[in-house]
Design a binder for this molecule. Sequence first.
Ligand SMILES: Nc1nc2c(c(=O)[nH]1)N[C@@H](CN(C=O)c1ccc(C(=O)N[C@@H](CCC(=O)O)C(=O)O)cc1)CN2
Length: 287
Amino acid sequence: MTARLIDGHALAATVRSDLATRAGALKARGITPALAVILVGDDAASAVYVRNKIAACEKTGIRSLHFSFAGDVDPAVVFAKIDELNRDAEVHGILVQLPLPKQFETDAVLETIAVEKDVDGFHAQNIGALAQGKPRFIPCTPYGVMKMLASINASLEGAEAVIVGRSNIVGKPMALLLLAQGCTVTICHSQTRDLAFHTRRADILIAAVGRPKMITGGMIKPGAVVIDVGINRLPDGKLCGDVDFASASEVCAAITPVPGGVGPMTIAMLLANTLEAAERLALHPSF
Ligand SMILES: Nc1nc2c(c(=O)[nH]1)N[C@@H](CN(C=O)c1ccc(C(=O)N[C@@H](CCC(=O)O)C(=O)O)cc1)CN2
């Protein structure tokens, strides 16, 4: 079997085109949707992602504001900036690029962002709303994955979904979203005893563990849909996912590439959440 490729760049371009129309409609009413991005430290990958986010805003008609702080900044300075942005009526979305340097307590930072501007969807209240089936902002990577599954009409009701990875930003919200669509969900992690036993049962397999090419073709059910969230840099400088693409694509029905898969959709869904925030704040300024 040679798998169908789920092209994240192409799907992200379609999403952006719809968002550009919505941004235009807001601007016609005198509201310019705006996203504030905070970057702390000099992590090279984070700097690339932030640059890509800002470029994507420009393509879509969203204003972006970028604030960079040195890696040894006093957390109080970052808290003060978030507070200022929370109060700024012309800013609709705020995100703090992760990971943060060691002196930061990440959850405390994320919970300082106003829930109605939390376009990453990482605030405990927004995760709680998602868990209750009443999502306000869906975390961007799992949101992008759901769009990718919809784009191939993947059948989710009653499907066995296996997620490898239990992070707060991908694995856990991913499980909630698949559960809401009727999947039977298993989350695997570093203490799972027989990983292949679980992955071989998956109709929908999501790899989000951060270990290069860890999932091989022999661990995949023939005909499965495989979504690779991992982005790993190999010693030769090339990027690869958590899935061994060559062997996996011989077995599965559809697969996302790395690069060019989930990554571009993560950014597209960040723009979608920012537009959503601006539209809600325009309709209900006291929201
Ligand atoms: N505040 C947040 N921090 C982090 C998030 C997040 O959603 N919010 N997710 C990841 C990083 N991330 C977004 O921030 C992200 C990672 C990768 C890509 C992407 O498009 N990757 C490209 C390859 C880019 C490269 O050349 O390195 C691809 O897969 O094609 C976008 C966003 C952790 N932090």
